[in-house]
Design a protein around this ligand. Structure first.
Ligand code: ADP
Length: 381
C-alpha cells in the first residue's frame, strides 16, 4: 500500500528536497550530494530519523550540521519531529567523497592553474607593513562574497599572519586524510599559517619551507570552484612573492600603498617585481588616503598623491597602464572591525571606507580573467 510516508511518497520526497538544501558548512555543497546522508526514516506520525555521516570524528561543525538539518526538516509541512544521529564516514566513503570533490583519480595539481579554471587570482602586495594590506584583502574578499561570488583567501603573510583574526576565525581547518578543508567566514574560505601554529608562536621558516607551505595550501586545501582567490603576501619583495609567481603564474598583483611619497617608493619595488616574474599588475589601491573631518573637510594625514605617483611609475616599469583602483579613507571603524573580526564592509557597509572598498571589489569582479600563462590547448593541424 502506498502510504504518504512510504519511500517515494509526498512527505518522503519533501524531506529529501529539504535535505538537498542543507549545506556542509565547510564544503559549501548539499549534504545529499556529498554522500553524507546515511539514512532517512519518516514515521507514520511524521517523525524524521536522520543519520548523517561526518567526514571525520572530531568535526568541529557537527552542531551546525545538526541544527541546519533540524531547521530544514522542521520547516517541511507534515514533519512533527526530528532526531539527528551523527556517524562517521569509513575510509571507502571518505575516498568516494574525495573523488567527488577532486574528480576521478583525485587530481593533485594546483587547481587554479588548470586550463579550464575560471578563478581570478590576485596577490595583494605592499612595500612595507602596516599600510593596511591585510585589512584591504579581507574587506575586498568579504565584499565580493556578499555580492554572491565564491571567494577564497590564502594568508601567505607567514610571519605576520592576521587574516584569521581580522575575520574572527578561531576554528582550525578540518582534515579529511590528506585534504584540508578551509574554515569559512562571511562566505569566504580562508587558510592561514596561523591555523597551524599554536598560540602566537612566530614562524621561523626559510625560503624553501615557505615555498612548500604555500604549495601545500594551493594543492591540499580544498577550495572548490572559486570565482576569486586572494593571496595576502608578506610585505616587501621576499621569497614568497617569487614562489607565488612560480606556483600561480596567472596571479595578478594588487599593490596597496599609503599616500606618502616614501611609502610609494617602497611599494614600487614590490610592484616592479612583476617585470621580473612576467606577472600582470592589476592596479594600485591607496589606503589611509585622508581623514574626513566633522566639517566635511579632508585632513591628509599621510600627505597625498602616493597612489597616483605609484601607478605612473609602475605603468612605466611594466609597460602597460596600471590603474589606481581606489582611495580608502582612514576610518576608526575599519580598525575596530578588524579588532573584533567583523570587516567594515559587513559591519558598517554605509561608511565611506566600506563604500570605497566595495567599489574596488566591484571593479575587480568586472575584470575579465587574464589569459597570460593559460594554455589554450591549440593543436597544430
Ligand atoms: P598590513 O597588512 O599592511 O600590515 P593591516 O591591514 O594589518 O596592515 O593594518 C595595519 C593597522 O592599520 C591595523 O590596525 C588596521 O586596523 C589599521 N588600518 C588599516 N587601514 C585603515 C584605515 N583605512 N583606517 C583606519 N585604520 C586602518
Amino acid at each position: 500500500m502506498d502510504t504518504e510516508h512510504s519511500p517515494g511518497g509526498p512527505l518522503s520526497e519533501a524531506v529529501q528536497q529539504a535535505l538537498a538544501g542543507v549545506m556542509d558548512p565547510e564544503l559549501r555543497r548539499p549534504i545529499t550530494e556529498l554522500g553524507m546522508v546515511e539514512s532517512v526514516i519518516v514515521s507514520a506520525e511524521g517523525h524524521v530519523d536522520l543519520a548523517v555521516l561526518l567526514t571525520i570524528a572530531g568535526c568541529p561543525l557537527r552542531d551546525t550540521i545538526t541544527k541546519d538539518s533540524e531547521r530544514a526538516l522542521l520547516a517541511v509541512p507534515g514533519v512533527t519531529g526530528v532526531t539527528v544521529t551523527l556517524n562517521v564516514m569509513d575510509q571507502a566513503q571518505r575516498d568516494a567523497l574525495k573523488e567527488k570533490l577532486r574528480g576521478a583519480g583525485g587530481q593533485r595539481g594546483i587547481p587554479f592553474n588548470e586550463p579550464d579554471s575560471l578563478t581570478k587570482v590576485f596577490a595583494v602586495a605592499s612595500g612595507k607593513g602596516g599600510v593596511g594590506k591585510s585589512s584591504v584583502t579581507v574587506n575586498l574578499a568579504c565584499s565580493l562574497a556578499a555580492q554572491g561570488l565564491r571567494v577564497g583567501i590564502v594568508d601567505a603573510d607567514v610571519y605576520g599572519f592576521s587574516v584569521p583574526g581580522l575575520m574572527g576565525i578561531t576554528q582550525t581547518p578540518t582534515r579529511v586524510d590528506d585534504m584540508i578543508l578551509p574554515p569559512v567566514a562571511y562566505g569566504v574560505k580562508v587558510i592561514s599559517i596561523g591555523m597551524f601554529v599554536t598560540g602566537n608562536q612566530p614562524v621561523a621558516w626559510r625560503g624553501p619551507m615557505l615555498h612548500r607551505a604555500l604549495e601545500q595550501f594551493l594543492t591540499d586545501v580544498y577550495f572548490g570552484d572559486l570565482d576569486v582567490l586572494f593571496l595576502d603576501l608578506p610585505p616587501g619583495t621576499g621569497d614568497i612573492a617569487i614562489s607565488v609567481a612560480q606556483l600561480l603564474p596567472t596571479a595578478e598583483i594588487l599593490v596597496v600603498t599609503t599616500p606618502q611619497a616614501a611609502a610609494a617608493d617602497v611599494a614600487e619595488r614590490a610592484g616592479a617585481i612583476a617585470t621580473q616574474t612576467g606577472q600582470k599588475v592589476a592596479g594600485v589601491i591607496e589606503n589611509m588616503s585622508y581623514l574626513e573631518m566633522p566639517d566635511g573637510g579632508r585632513m591628509e594625514l599621510f600627505g597625498s598623491g602616493g597612489g597616483a605617483v605609484l601607478t605612473q611609475r609602475l605603468s612605466a616599469a611594466v609597460g602597460t597602464t596600471v590603474p589606481l583602483l581606489g582611495q580608502i579613507p582612514l576610518d576608526i571603524q575599519l580598525r575596530e572591525g578588524g579588532d573584533t573580526g567583523v570587516p567594515i564592509v559587513i559591519g558598517q557597509p554605509g561608511t565611506p571606507a566600506a563604500a570605497a572598498l566595495s567599489g574596488i571589489a566591484g571593479s575587480l569582479a568586472a575584470k575579465p580573467r587574464g589569459l597570460a600563462g593559460l594554455k589554450l590547448g591549440l593543436q597544430p593541424r
